[in-house]
Unconditional design. Sequence first.
Length: 322
Amino acid sequence: MRGRSPLLGPVVVAAGATNAAARDEPMLVATDVLLLAFLTAVATLTLVRHVASLLAPMALLGGAIVLVAAWSRRSQRARVVHDFFPVVATIAIFELLGPVIPAVNPARWDTTFAALDARLFGRLPSAWFGALGRPPWLTDVASVAYVTYYLLPVVVAVALYACDRDAFRRFTFAVVATFLASYSGYLLFPTLGPRTLDDSVIGGGAVASAVRTFVRIAEGNPLDAFPSGHTAIALVCVAWGWRLFPRWRALLALILGGIVFSTVYLSYHYMIDVVAGAALAAVLLVVLPPLERRPPTDAHRPSSERRHRPRSQAIRSKRPAR
């Protein structure tokens, strides 16, 4: 069977090779193991703190991860579901942490981090929050930038899935690891952030109001300020996109700047949260690559050109210029 990758040109795949190779692979990939290990650690914490009522949803999620992995060996469609199931799993874990964090760690770090902001950064957080006098249009733009964080990992993942499955798996592992490392920070340092319920203080128009409503409904875990997951995830996604998709660089830089700006401007994070998120991303970008290095499977084996392309080299199209 002959197909065409939008970025790599013609690729020949033998009929049935995908399913045969899938059966030869381990059922649980590295990302599955990482998710299950984190769930096990959180479940252990809940047992130690005698909040066993929270174990049932964790067990259901862990079972779903295993079942989807087993199902992925049956068909290509099931394999696609498995490949993108980490999106569902990371969201579910975040929501599960909502009741878990106050149950296992009653401490609150807002006073400490607010004091650190004042000591380390002086008037900069206030100047950041009051940028340009907080015109409504800027608050609306910042609100749009804030929610692009939810789409950025998915967009980069889909682009990689279309052209390089091995890179897709490594990217997925890196993003999930970054999410889970951020969640660990939420457990260790529960922090609400400087957010306010008074919409008149934040300002903006209909767009900003809609985004605030969305965030309040979607984020079932409010103790998620330290480290800034928005900063960490955006940096990891942009680092991958910057290397593999050079034509996206201007857009990626704009998105990254908008996301980081919005965290403090919209009063969701202290500056120390943003610094911690950036440091977390920098560490993981160095530490993670050796942990998820594996040869490509027959089902996703790259073309001869891509087989000899260094991992750091950009993905380029073979189609002739028009």
